[in-house]
Each structure stands twice: as structure tokens, then as C-alpha cells.
Design a binder for this molecule. Structure first.
Ligand code: NAP
Length: 247
């Protein structure tokens, strides 16, 4: 059993979906969890849900594209719990379109939310981790960032960039005992994929060797491993969790 007693974990975009599953998973290992999200309604509902499970939880509204929100989050968390041990850069959006039809707003929104946000969060929180000479940073990338995908030039570029950021963060912070790894999910059953048409879902399922979508828990279990003491010598890696898709 992974023991995260007294560790403080910040998970972005954790009001719902994969981020929320990660928060519950880490909380069940004893971590104090910070739920944060742009959406106040889902954030408050999830905070209540986790409190009912008797976990130590706090909710902080944070739009990861806004630097002031990030500074406020770091201050609120360190005021309350003094330290941050685990950061999961999970918040992400899609704005799919074939490149020929993709406008600059669609491109920029995805780069800002899925990539630039992780640079800002990592910079702010690695500073706190450095003081304690301990940290685990886990970036939620995507198989699309490794292999590309039709209609997702913006998303593929952002997630590939996130993998580059992961490897560089690993190098620059290794001497401070801070690891950084990426989990690259394949096709996971959340609201993000529910937005796809039945036709597209059927086509993707056909390509997945395991013939099923993954669950948010499949991703959370991989994150828990990277967050654990057992993964202390693993840094700069990308773990694909995708039922064999594209391998
Ligand atoms: P989701 O169900 O759409 O949840 C994403 C969460 O992030 C939502 O709560 C959303 O808030 C929040 N968010 C969006 N923009 C934000 C911002 N600027 N600041 C803070 N929070 C923000 O997505 P998911 O499927 O759980 O995906 C989680 C991560 O996994 C993403 O990085 C995604 O790219 C990655 N991923 C997912 C899949 C998949 O198949 N689902 C596959 C590969 C990778 P709202 O409620 O306002 O939207």
C-alpha cells in the first residue's frame, strides 16, 4: 500500500474527471489534497464529496491560465499546510478541428491551458518543493502528444510540449530530489470523450487492442505510483496508459 501520510498534493482541474479520481486516489493513501478548478460549482461539489469520505481536503478556485490565480493558490496552500509535495498538472481542454480549419483562438486556448499553465505551476511550486528538498511532479499528457492525431494539431503540440517540459523539469530539479514524470492516457471515459460522436468512439474502440476505454482510476493508479516513495529513482519518463493503442 502506498503511504502518502502528511504529503500535500495539488491537482489542477480536479473538479471532475481524471483530476478528481487522482485526488480521491491520493487522499485514500493519506495525502492532504488540494482540489483546484476553474469551475466553482464542480469544485465545491467535489470538495464536499471528499470531505464526506473523511479526507483532509481544501478547495481553491484556480484558472491555470491566470498567473495571479496560481500565486494565490500557492499562498493559500502554504499558509494552511506549509508545504507542497506533489503537483499533478492535469487541467486540460480540447478545441478540435482539422488544421486547415483551425483558427488561432483554438490553437492558443489549448496551448495556454494544456502547456503554458504547467510551466507556470511547475515554476511556482518547484520553488516551494526545493525548500524541502522533496517533490513529485506528474504531468498528464496524452497518447496524442506521442503519436499525433487527426483534428488535434493544437492538442498534440501542447501535449508533446508537455513531455518536453517533463524531461527538462526532471533534469533541472533532480539535484533537489524532485522527480517529474508524465502519464499519457489513451482513450478514457470522461466528459471530454463523451463529447465525441458515437461514430468516432466506435472507430477508436476498434483500434484499441483491449477493445475498451480506460477509466479515470486507471490513470489515477499510474499517478499514485509516480507520487510514491517507491518511484523515487524514476524521473523524466512517459508512461502510456492506453490499452495497447498505438504500440
Ligand atoms: P474533463 O472531464 O474535461 O475535466 C477537465 C477539468 O479541467 C474540468 O473540471 C475543467 O473545468 C478543468 N479546466 C478546464 N480549463 C481549466 C483551466 N483553465 N483552469 C483550471 N481548470 C480547468 O477532462 P479529463 O478527461 O478528466 O482530462 C483530464 C486531463 O487528462 C486533461 O489534461 C486531458 O487532456 C488529459 N487526457 C484525457 C484523455 C481522455 O480520454 N479523457 C486522454 C488523454 C489525456 P470545466 O468543468 O469548467 O470544464
Amino acid at each position: 500500500m502506498v503511504n502518502l501520510n502528511d504529503k500535500v498534493a495539488v491537482i489542477t482541474g480536479s473538479g471532475r474527471g481524471i483530476g478528481k479520481s487522482i485526488a480521491i486516489n491520493l487522499m485514500n493513501c493519506g495525502a492532504k489534497v488540494v482540489l483546484s478548478d476553474i469551475n466553482q460549482d464542480t469544485l465545491q461539489a467535489s470538495v464536499k464529496e471528499l470531505e464526506a469520505l473523511k479526507g483532509q481536503v481544501m478547495g481553491v478556485a484556480c484558472n491555470v491560465t491566470v498567473s495571479e490565480d496560481i500565486d494565490k493558490l500557492v499562498k493559500e496552500v502554504t499558509d494552511k499546510w506549509q508545504r507542497i509535495d506533489i503537483l499533478v498538472n492535469n487541467a486540460g481542454i480540447t478545441r478540435d478541428n482539422l488544421m486547415i480549419r483551425m483558427d488561432e483562438a483554438q490553437w492558443q486556448a489549448v496551448i495556454d491551458t494544456n502547456l503554458t499553465s504547467a510551466f507556470k505551476m511547475t515554476k511556482a511550486i518547484a520553488k516551494v518543493m526545493s525548500k524541502f528538498k522533496y517533490g513529485r511532479i506528474i504531468n498528464i499528457a496524452s497518447t496524442t502528444g506521442v503519436h499525433g492525431n487527426f483534428g488535434q494539431a493544437n492538442y498534440a503540440a501542447a501535449k508533446a510540449g508537455l513531455i518536453g517540459l517533463t524531461k527538462t523539469t526532471a533534469l533541472e530539479f533532480a539535484s533537489r530530489n524532485i522527480t517529474c514524470n508524465a502519464v499519457a492516457p489513451g482513450f478514457i471515459d470522461t466528459d471530454m470523450t463523451k463529447a465525441l460522436s458515437a461514430d468516432i468512439i466506435a472507430k477508436v474502440l476498434e483500434k484499441i487492442p483491449m477493445k475498451k476505454m480506460g477509466t479515470p482510476d486507471d490513470i489515477a493508479n499510474a499517478v499514485r505510483f509516480f507520487a510514491s516513495q517507491e518511484a523515487q529513482y524514476i524521473t523524466g519518463t512517459v508512461l502510456e496508459v492506453n490499452g495497447g493503442l498505438y504500440t
